[in-house]
Design a protein around this ligand. Structure first.
Ligand SMILES: [Zn+2]
Length: 474
């Protein structure tokens, strides 16, 4: 690692090597503003509960933008329902070059957090030991605060981009009935329409406190549930017969357990394997390169797939997650049912996934029924465009040294898939680094390194300025 870091600026290297708590920070005015906004956002409860209010958070951000000189018409709070408000704000560009706007997306809502589960109050912004603590500090209020603070900074500096910059801070990404991105696309598309979007889902990993890789999420798997069901006429359990719904379902699920979908790569996952091979240990790196060259290399795929993260990158996965069956301890089951949760590659047709499930689970047993193909959702991988990736690489090198920028495919889900499905390429990129073995998003004592927050702010400021103005940042 030290040889890899040789090219980073001396100051950046020094910072990276120091333990987090040892760096007191004197904040610049734009950093103080970002911290203030971050604190305000974390302390507004935006859970999908009666105590949560997304509109309050959206309005607080709108007030700050208007106070900084944004016109009324360029700062909108739009709510499909009480407490489910979304903020859309626009920094107008000159229009030189005729390029469409850039959308900067973050969600305001957070996962529920209970005081008794945490070491501190999750809705009190707390700075301790070089970290900011609080629900949403990593998911996703750091990005939301940074986007607002940077937009205000640009306004104050008199920066006029070539193209409009649109910040959207939305509701119900984590769940709930009023997903802001879906609703804005359906009802106010012109307000958020863009050439491409920057979103959560990326960010950097620290290994033992040092920057290791910087991820750019450019694709996401798509979530589908299938129901597998076997019905039987049942009877008295004192007179069993061989034809039993539970046994037939169990046999089908056991076949699924032994089955793997084929390896299918796309531009993003090929790039992921190639780039990650630069920092992985020798045998794994060789397997990554082998599969990137030839996805049919089954020996390399088998070794790599032993790691659940890599397995999920290589193929569509489907796994039994819930079971129900029978209606009485002394009766033969009339019904046995399982939920099978699939994470489908963005370039894999869901109809094909279902056909495969029928073939593998039912295997000719006509009593085993797999639910119909769900409605199509999700979008294609976003192209790894030089326009976006080059500046990310250059700025990454400048701030964190010679670490790889790795394109990734999310195996969970963010709002990026609504945008990609609507034809807006979306990149998860933040410059926010965290410990790769200690992600606390959705969990207890969620936190963000103080240093990482301000690094991320600077990174996103430089990146957005370059993307918006075409002015190269050296
Ligand atoms: Zn999130």
């Amino acid at each position: 690692m030290s040889a890899r870091r040789a090219s980073c600026l001396a100051a950046a290297c020094l910072l990276a090597a120091l333990p987090a708590a040892a760096q007191p920070r004197a904040l610049a005015p734009h950093e103080r503003l970002a911290r203030e906004i971050y604190e305000e956002l974390v302390e507004i409860n935006t859970t999908d509960t009666p105590a949560g209010d997304n509109t309050r958070a959206a309005e607080a951000m709108a007030a700050r933008l208007k106070a900084a000189g944004f016109a009324e018409g360029d700062v909108r709070v739009l709510a499909p329902a009480p407490r489910k408000g979304n903020l859309v704000a626009r920094l107008r560009g000159s229009g030189a070059g005729g390029r469409k706007p850039i959308l900067l997306l973050a969600h305001l809502d957070v996962v529920e957090a209970k005081r008794e589960d945490w070491s501190m109050d999750p809705f009190t912004f707390t700075e301790q030991d070089g970290y900011y603590y609080g629900r949403g500090t990593s998911d996703d209020k750091a990005m939301a605060a940074i986007f607002v603070a940077n937009l205000i900074r640009m306004k104050r500096e008199g920066f006029v981009p070539d193209r409009d910059l649109v910040v959207a801070l939305t509701a119900d990404e984590e769940g709930g009935e009023h997903n802001g991105v879906e609703w804005l696309l359906a009802n106010h598309r012109p307000l958020i329409d863009a050439a491409f979007a920057l979103n959560e889902g990326g960010g950097g990993y620290l290994k033992e406190g040092r920057p290791f890789v910087h991820n750019v999420q450019a694709a996401e798997k798509v979530y589908y549930d299938f129901t597998v069901e076997v019905r039987n006429r049942g009877g008295h359990s004192s007179r069993p017969v061989k034809d039993n719904a539970i046994y037939r379902l169990a046999e089908g699920l056991a076949r699924l357990g032994r089955f793997d979908f084929p390896v299918m790569l796309n531009e993003v996952t090929t790039g992921y394997l190639e780039r990650l091979a630069q920092v992985e240990g020798a045998p794994t790196a060789a397997d990554m390169r082998a599969i990137a060259r030839n996805p049919d290399d089954s020996a390399a795929a088998r070794r790599l797939a032993a790691h659940p993260v890599y397995n999920a990158m290589l193929r569509t996965t489907c796994v039994a997650t819930m079971l129900e069956g029978g209606h009485a301890p002394n009766a033969l089951p009339q019904l046995a049912r399982a939920n099978v949760n699939c994470r489908v590659l963005p370039n894999h047709a869901v109809a094909d996934v279902r056909e495969t499930l029928v073939r593998v689970i039912a295997a000719g047993d006509t009593a085993v029924k797999v639910s119909p193909t769900p409605a199509v959702r999700g979008g294609p991988p976003s192209p790894l465009a030089d326009e976006v990736l080059r500046p990310v690489e250059r700025l990454t090198r400048r701030m964190w040294g010679d670490i790889p920028v790795v394109p990734t495919m999310g195996t969970g889900a963010t709002d990026g898939w609504y945008l990609r499905a609507a034809g807006i390429p979306t990149y998860g990129v933040s410059g926010l680094f965290g410990d790769m073995d200690d992600s606390r998003a959705h969990g207890r004592d969620e936190r963000m390194l103080v240093r990482s927050f301000f690094d991320g702010q600077q990174f996103l400021y430089d990146l957005v300025r370059e993307l918006a103005g075409g002015r190269p940042v050296s």
